[in-house]
Write a protein that binds this ligand. Structure first.
Ligand code: NAD
Ligand code: GLY
Length: 354
């Protein structure tokens, strides 16, 4: 088992990574449980089918009991009505302030459940057991929680750190190939913004060695989050590809694309915009395209990217006639730049002509 620590002054917590850890999840979460040893777990129907037995046995072995809230799967359930449904279940289960809520699942479950835990009785303890590659490399770490509104992605949310993150890469064995590809987009993001070495490894194609990749992504993310928990500076770099990606998700009604697929398209657009504006080294967009394609991800937005512009205005990072775009100077190095909608429009028109 490997252990990383998110070194936040007041909300320090560990990330445990290792094959088979789901079987010991009960032991790991026990220190955070209420005295009656009863926890609430929030999961989705697919995850419950894949992980119920192991999760439930690990809790019995640790002398804990649980009540499970099993939600339908899918991004459209990261919504206000689903949040209200969770609150209703918490009330019926008499979840009290000393309670522990465990998110067992992907980023949708983690984001929704984290927001519910952050706001129920002004905050109850929360732990993450991520079961998608995307959640294991990114969303379970760092404490961003949210629900979507019809107006845009993640518009209602909080920063609320978990007490513990338990990552068991063996849970990925039941994850559909499309979800693995979606998670790889976030892995490629880490290489693109921060680690030329990781990017080089990814250039050799899919390896199946998820433990190493997960460890490297969580290491990068935990260091960044420890320095900038509230997304006021360095953490913004983790949004590379996300401004356009969120616009693509919204444009398609949160149905057509997996989050990582939209981020892959968004990263390609951002790299292209950067190159067109002379801010990104020539060739970077092509390197990014090659790696994304190698890992089974599409790189060409099938519509006209100009249609994404209206969605950018409701992005959390927009204001003053523009939006803060994350751009690459080269592979492994990123920066934030306030970019006007006129500049973005011009760059997208140039890209379409090229
Ligand atoms: P997801 O939670 O919808 O999971 C994808 C699918 O995989 C679902 O159908 C789920 O039921 C299934 N699944 C999960 N684990 C499984 C397993 N082990 N075996 C079989 N099936 C399994 O999607 P996701 O890609 O994990 O997360 C996407 C969400 O994460 C988006 O809403 C995105 O905004 C959010 N996100 C949040 C952060 C953050 O920092 N909080 C970062 C990145 C992304
Ligand atoms: N996924 C971006 C962040 O956590 O900041």
């Amino acid at each position: 088992m490997e252990k990383l620590t998110v070194g936040l002054a007041e909300n320090k917590y560990d990330i445990l990574i290792g094959d088979g850890l789901l079987d010991d999840a009960g032991e790991f979460i026990r220190p955070f449980c209420p005295t009656d040893g009863s926890i609430v777990t929030v999961t989705d129907e697919n995850v419950w089918e894949a992980c119920r037995e192991r999760f439930s046995s690990s809790l019995s072995r640790a002398g804990l009991t649980y009540r499970a809230i099993v939600l339908p799967a899918g991004e459209r359930h990261k919504s206000l009505p689903d949040l209200l449904g969770l609150f209703d279940s918490f009330a019926r289960m008499s979840l009290m302030r000393d309670g522990l809520v465990v998110a067992l699942g992907g980023g949708v479950t983690g984001d929704l459940c984290g927001f519910a835990a952050a706001t129920w009785m002004r905050g109850v303890k929360f732990a993450q057991i991520p079961t998608t590659l995307l959640a294991q490399v990114d969303s379970s770490v760092g404490g961003k929680t949210a629900v979507n509104l019809p107006q845009g992605k993640n518009l209602v949310g909080t920063f609320y750190q978990p007490k513990l993150v338990v990552i068991d890469p063996s849970t990925l064995r039941t994850l559909p190939a499309r979800e693995i590809r979606s998670g790889m987009a976030e892995v490629i993001k880490y290489g693109a913004i921060r680690s030329r070495e990781l990017f080089k490894t990814l250039e050799t194609g899919p390896s199946g060695d998820f433990s190493r990749i997960i460890h490297e992504c969580c290491r990068i993310k935990s260091e960044i989050v420890a320095r900038d928990e509230r997304d006021l500076g360095e953490r913004m770099l983790l949004n590379f590809g996300h401004t356009m990606g969120h616009a693509i998700e919204k444009q398609s009604g949160f149905e057509r694309y997996r989050h990582g697929e939209a981020v892959a398209l968004g990263m390609t657009l951002a790299a292209g915009i950067g190159e067109t504006m002379g801010l990104t080294a020539p060739g970077v967009a092509n390197s990014l395209r090659r790696v994304l394609t190698l890992h089974g991800l599409d790189t060409d937005y099938p519509g006209n990217p100009l249609e994404l512009l209206p969605s950018l205005t409701t992005d959390k990072k927009s204001g003053d006639g523009g939006v803060r775009l994350i751009l690459l100077s080269e592979i492994g190095a990123a920066f934030a730049r306030q970019t006007s909608f006129t500049e973005i429009r011009g760059a997208l028109e140039d890209l379409a002509r090229a």
